[in-house]
Design a protein around this ligand. Sequence first.
Ligand SMILES: Nc1ncnc2c1ncn2[C@@H]1O[C@H](COP(=O)(O)OP(=O)(O)OP(=O)(O)O)[C@@H](O)[C@H]1O
Length: 213
Amino acid sequence: MSSVIELRDVHLGFRGMSLLTGVNLVIEEGASYALHGPNGSGKSALLRLMCGITRPTSGSVRVAAKYLDADRTYPDRFGVAIDGPAYVGHLSGVQNLRELAGIRKMVGVARIHATMRTFGLDPLLRTRVSRYSLGMKQKLSLCQVFLEEPDVVLLDEPFNALDRESVSLLRNQLEEFRGRGGTLVMTSHERAHLDGLVDVALEIEGGKVNVTV
Ligand SMILES: Nc1ncnc2c1ncn2[C@@H]1O[C@H](COP(=O)(O)OP(=O)(O)OP(=O)(O)O)[C@@H](O)[C@H]1O
């Protein structure tokens, strides 16, 4: 196995407060990780570090070269949902995804519709996203993550606001993603949702990350 992300002696602080204090962690290709810890322990902050949205105060975060090229600071082939859904409120769900797909032109309308159906969203629904329910916004965010068939997926509380059927749809999608060798790191306060979906459980405690399974 090769590593996708390596954190070496990572410290992260804000305004004199230390959140992470010497994190050493290797995310291996094709493995799935659960990231646990109490509210405010730094789970989202760690996910942001892993994809380069934020930089550590000290230490290093290295993403495997195959996901980066010379002019790239944000890794390629990563699907990330960390800080809640990002969308254009006055557009419909399908219009939002078409805008997103238009940036890289990797996928067409058929793939957009199929992805929406995977998560239980109707591609023909014309409701603007600002009027979507919380669960519908969450599903749209998951569509954004999986639309271009990423190799590495980082998800912060992906089961939030999902009803039972949608939880099952997401679990199916994550199983399929694992089945095709994807690398996954995700948080969930509802540990049962992750049953059978992860190889390694990580726990943030006192600014450090411990492997618990
Ligand atoms: N950019 C930032 N500037 C200042 N403080 C920050 C920043 N990012 C995170 N924090 C602080 O770091 C702490 C940890 O936040 P984080 O969102 O990573 O926790 P979490 O473990 O994901 O929590 P939860 O379980 O509630 O989602 C919080 O107190 C937060 O306010």
